[in-house]
Ligand binder design. Structure first.
Ligand code: HEC
Length: 326
């Protein structure tokens, strides 16, 4: 078992420890809300195809059966991560059968990082706050932003078990089997665009396949929200993933900043949203959510990801949203 971590053990930080100024929205007093710490790991090019294939051995066989989730095999009861993330990022580890590298572009990055997650809700909105230690290179410069993204879906069992891995494929932009820009642009479905973006495995079988999962859109659509940090500014984007990753053109509130060696980002979204591209949650619901962090200006796939976790609004979950009186 590798380094012990404190996953899922709620840590009650005293208000003294948490400086309230940075990024705290008016809506909640975060210093009074429990912080839950999660370990995120560097996945390299571990894709949905890897996870379902022979390279993943026992894991692949079990995922095909759809029973055991990632945490069943990769996390101890105490919440310690059991996954060789440091060997992935350093390039030391190869896949068992194919001998393909888990990371064809090794770096000296860490294999894991920690994020602290809090949640609250009132009669109108849900607030999810993510905080992590960082040098803040995106915040302090221009051109290579840092970013936190969340994916959420309440209806699809595969999302609750495997999280964002169901949207990650070998043929995505910067992944090993990514088609050339020319080939993508020549495919009419891409309208001249040159990159293949995240898609859910049940929406299409490969980048070039025509859409197959149309009927599944109601349950299979994954809500995507992101806060990007660049040049002292936080920018919020709202989107979704199904057969493609799409950013919506809409105003959506969020806040975030970097100070004293850490980022804090607060997602704010409507309770009982009727927007079909947004996750709709109400009192008593549990939201499966997966978190990805691009730190130190990392782009595309070079991020840290979480296994899916749950946020509960008056329901049992790893992160219990606190009800605010308003
Ligand atoms: C049934 C158990 C099982 C499940 C479920 C499972 N894995 Fe694995 N996983 C394994 C085993 C066993 C290995 C090591 C394979 C080997 O080296 O023979 C492994 C290896 C890996 C590796 C390579 C790094 C390492 O530590 O060996 C990654 C990355 C990985 N799994 C990610 C995942 C993710 C993400 C999920 C969920 C989508 C998942 N696994 C689900 C059993 C599982």
């Amino acid at each position: 078992m590798r380094a012990k971590s404190q996953l899922f053990l709620p840590l009650l930080f005293l208000s003294l420890l948490l400086s309230t100024a940075e990024g705290a929205p008016k809506d909640a007093d975060w210093s009074k809300i429990v912080q839950n710490e999660f370990v995120l790991f560097y996945p390299g090019v571990a894709s949905w195809e890897f996870l379902n294939g022979e390279d993943h051995r026992l894991g692949g066989r079990e995922i095909k059966k759809g029973k055991k989730d990632c945490r069943h095999c990769h996390m101890s009861k105490e919440g310690a991560l059991d996954l060789k993330a440091a060997e992935i990022v350093s390039g030391a580890m190869k896949m068992k059968r194919s001998h393909n590298p888990f990371e064809p572009e090794p770096s000296g990055k860490k294999g894991t990082m920690k994020a602290r997650v809090q949640a609250a809700y009132d009669s109108e909105n849900v607030y999810v706050r993510v905080e992590w230690d960082s040098k803040g290179s995106g915040w302090r410069s221009k051109g290579d932003p840092d970013r936190v993204s969340v994916q959420m879906n309440r209806a699809e069992p595969a999302f609750a078990k495997y999280g964002c891995f169901i949207t990650c494929h070998n043929d995505l932009n910067t992944m090993p089997d990514s088609p050339s820009k020319k080939l993508v642009a020549a495919n009419p479905a891409y309208n001249g665009r040159e990159d293949v973006r995240l898609y859910a495995f049940y929406a299409k079988s490969s980048w070039a396949a025509s859409k197959t999962g149309g009927d599944k859109m109601k349950t299979g659509l994954i809500d995507l929200k992101s806060i990007e940090f660049e040049s002292g500014k936080a920018t919020f984007r709202d989107g979704w993933i199904f057969d493609d990753r799409v950013w919506e053109e809409k105003d959506a509130p969020a806040s975030g900043s970097w100070a004293s060696g850490r980022y804090s980002a607060v997602f704010k979204f409507r309770l009982k949203s009727s927007d079909r591209f947004d996750v709709s949650v109400g009192e008593g619901d549990t939201i499966p959510i997966a978190i990805a962090i691009h730190d130190e200006g990392a782009a595309k796939r070079k991020h840290y990801v979480s296994f899916p976790l749950t946020i509960g609004l008056g329901a049992p979950a790893e992160v219990r949203a606190v009800k605010l009186s308003n």
